[in-house]
Design a protein around this ligand. Structure first.
Ligand code: ASP
Length: 309
């Protein structure tokens, strides 16, 4: 029988063991497990990889611990602007949204762009009009509020700096969420969702909603979801680069993912990580930071929920 598997992440960054209370660490692991198990259950029931990644990411968005959906970081204006993308490796169909506000589950809107529009990428007001036509209910700003994120913003709000999310060092904190899956038919998919960077300005968009940069899926090679300093991941076209190394250089999933995260992206000073699966159900989860919230589960019995190196 075809191996089916799923991997999820909740962001990479300076996650140093001992910096977090045991209670908070347990909470992170429990929210990761909830999202992992839900996606895995979908795969077990025979649902598609697209359905599984959408479900896992939806649950991660609902957790205030991660920088996506509820708990998204604050922009320079004190609002939340969210980005998300999804891609189906079987058809190469994709959907993405950026700079959206008030939408509880950005990943669902990206999936609607993929399935219900003729387009791939909708941004800002136009994306909001599309959501309105599909009768999306808008959440009040309070829904997205998280005290920790608010304090992060307060620390830098009167400066020109902007910062990534999650952890000790101010310049290396990422909290984006993502999922990749291989279903019982050997079809793969990837989804990614983020609030972006604290204090971001000028309609800044990172790699997460960009097909090929932060998110990509192709049955021929791999499904990838990234987290890290988005500007570098865009310049490195990271997710597609993993796919290219597999397709054109015949590297395995593990080799291609490592080459990109531990070599190519480091050469341009990019930090972060990614999760990836191939159509045989193999999983890779490399990162070049101290930690990455991550979890995976496969029908072979493999299961892991980890934070640190
Ligand atoms: N890659 C995301 C961005 O630059 C941040 C993250 O991974 O947390 O928007």
């Amino acid at each position: 029988m075809q191996t089916f598997s799923i991997a999820i992440h909740g962001g990479a960054g300076t996650l140093i063991k001992g910096m977090m209370t045991p209670e908070l660490e347990a909470k992170y692991k429990s929210d990761l497990k909830t999202a992992l198990d839900a996606g895995y259950q979908f795969l077990k029931e025979g649902k598609s990889a697209v359905e599984a990644v959408a479900e896992s990411v939806r649950l991660l968005e609902d957790s205030p611990l991660f920088n996506a959906g509820k708990g998204s970081v604050f922009t320079a204006e004190g609002t939340h602007e969210m980005d998300a993308a999804i891609m189906d490796g079987k058809t190469l169909n994709a959907g993405a949204v950026s700079l959206i506000t008030g939408i509880k589950n950005p990943v669902s809107l990206s999936r609607d762009v993929m399935e219900k529009s003729e387009h791939v990428f909708l941004a800002g007001e136009g994306a909001m009009q599309f959501a309105n036509e599909l009768n999306y209910k808008l959440e009040e700003i309070d829904y997205f509020y998280d005290e920790f994120r608010y304090q992060q913003w307060q620390e830098i709000k009167d400066s020109d700096s902007f910062q990534l999310d999650h952890s000790a060092k101010k310049d290396s904190k990422f909290g984006t969420v993502g999922a990749v899956a291989c279903d019982q038919h050997g079809n793969i998919a990837a989804a990614t969702s983020t609030g972006g960077m604290t204090n971001k300005n000028w309609g800044r968009v990172g790699d997460s909603p960009m097909i090929g940069a932060g998110n990509y899926a192709n049955n021929k090679t791999c499904a990838v979801s990234c987290t890290g300093s988005g500007e570098f991941f865009i310049r490195g076209v990271v997710a597609y680069d993993v796919s290219c190394l597999m397709e054109h250089k015949n590297l395995s999933l593990e080799e291609a993912s490592n080459e990109v995260i531990n070599k190519r992206i480091l050469e341009i000073n990019g930090d972060g990580g990614l999760i990836a699966v191939d159509a045989k159900g193999n999983i890779a989860m490399p990162f070049n930071t101290e930690g990455m919230y991550r979890a995976c589960k496969s029908s072979t019995g493999k299961e892991e929920i980890s934070i640190y190196k």
